[in-house]
Design a protein around this ligand. Structure first.
Ligand code: HEM
Ligand code: FES
Length: 355
């Protein structure tokens, strides 16, 4: 949350996260290299390193892609999300090491420029003539590496603020394009080097895991959205009883296709968009601390009455008009412009004991 660029604040949680990540990567590489050389005595250290960095980055990519849906399925995974960008940059650096070592090992000694060699050393681009299995797999890895570079280079909040959240988010959806390219890179690479069986099984397992998690999270969200809309009088929508919401917490409902977070605090109810301006985090899963809603993903704050971040910050989300009748909460599904102040609905005194 910023009106201007500010350096990242370090804290103990971030340091622990990064330390665990660094130790995990070093351990993985050490075990991989040791096992490669012990189990396949013919393997050179360079080849083992290429494979070690390649599999490390691919594994980290699976972890990165799993964190989002895991957090939607179970809030206990939220601490993993907090510093996910450091995971992304680490994954890119491991992929870069793999790519550079491959360039040196396989493409540096010929007459061609190494980058040109990656693109043309296998010319079997014609699927009709050579068959799909012979399609050059290294250029796929190269393009994926370029996509990962763009994402790593723009991962800092400086770029988020300058590109704006929606553009940044769209750009970073490129990770799925890179993932698809890498699935093909690894599958074709394994196939062309006749190392298909174990690799195909692991690759298939990884793909099923990532796709399965995304489907399960999507299903959970759409199941939550369905049925949350009950039409009341005047076009307003009845969204539940005040007793269904714990003090300083929210429930999330779907109104006219938009997720709305309905907060209960200090004997009042306010409704605002569920979508955080930072990276679309679910505000309805946050809580109110010191009068402000705190996004559960990275801690951006919004005032419940007007959906605005407290000064000097400038983020704003749409708000919704709300009323309480006999303990039932009614919301006007038409969003008000971001940052519009709207009067919170008062909870009658007899309903004021939180559930
Ligand atoms: C310039 C870009 C790249 C080049 C030139 C390249 C090259 C290669 C080569 C030559 C192999 C076969 C290695 C062997 O088995 O001896 C390979 C395999 C592999 N690559 Fe890449 N790659 C690139 C980018 C990437 C990226 C971005 C990732 C993942 C994030 C990746 C992940 C892998 C994996 C997991 C394998 C299988 C490892 C194995 O065979 O044991 N590669 N790549
Ligand atoms: S998504 Fe990052 S703070 Fe809300």
């Amino acid at each position: 949350m910023s009106i201007s660029y500010r350096a990242v604040q370090w804290n103990r949680q971030k340091r622990m996260y990064d330390l665990t990540l660094a130790v995990g990567c070093v351990l993985y590489l050490a075990v991989f290299l040791g096992a490669s050389i012990a189990l396949r005595p013919g393997t050179t250290a360079e080849t083992a390193l290429i494979r070690g960095f390649g599999t490390l980055s691919f594994l980290l990519l699976h972890v990165i892609l799993s964190i989002g849906p895991l957090c939607r399925l179970d809030h206990r995974f939220l601490p993993l999300l907090y510093n996910r960008r450091h995971l992304g940059v680490t994954m890119f650096l491991a992929a870069l090491a793999h790519g550079l070592l491959s360039l040196i090992q396989f493409h540096a000694l010929g007459v061609l420029d190494p980058l040109a060699s990656v693109l043309v050393s296998n010319g079997s681009y014609g699927v009709a003539e050579s068959g799909l299995a012979q399609f050059p797999f290294q250029p796929l890895g190269f393009v994926a590496l370029l996509v990962l570079f763009v994402m790593a280079a723009t991962s800092h909040d400086f770029w988020l603020a300058n590109l704006t959240a929606p553009t940044w988010k769209r750009l970073h959806m490129g990770v799925y394009f890179a993932y698809a390219l890498l699935i093909a890179h690894v599958a074709l690479g394994a196939l062309q080097q006749e190392r298909a069986t174990a690799y195909s099984a692991l690759l298939g397992l990884g793909l099923v895991w990532v796709a399965g998690l995304h489907l399960a999270a999507g299903w959970k969200e759409s199941a939550g959205d369905a049925g949350s809309e009950t039409k009341g009088e005047d076009g307003w929508v009845e969204v539940g009883h005040v007793d269904d919401i714990a003090e300083d917490r929210a429930v999330t409902v779907c109104l006219a296709g938009e997720r709305v977070a309905i907060f209960r605090y200090d004997g009042k109810i306010s409704a605002l968009s569920n979508v955080c301006q930072h990276q679309n985090g679910p505000l309805g899963e946050g809580k109110i601390v010191d009068g402000c809603i705190v996004c559960p993903w990275h801690g951006y704050q919004y005032r419940p009455e007007d959906g605005s971040s407290p000064p000097p910050f400038t983020e704003k989300v749409p708000t919704f008009r709300v009323a309480v009748r006999e303990g039932e909460i009614l919301v006007d599904p038409t969003p008000l412009p971001p940052g519009t102040r709207t009067e919170p609905a008062r909870i009658p005194a007899e309903q004021e004991t939180p559930s």
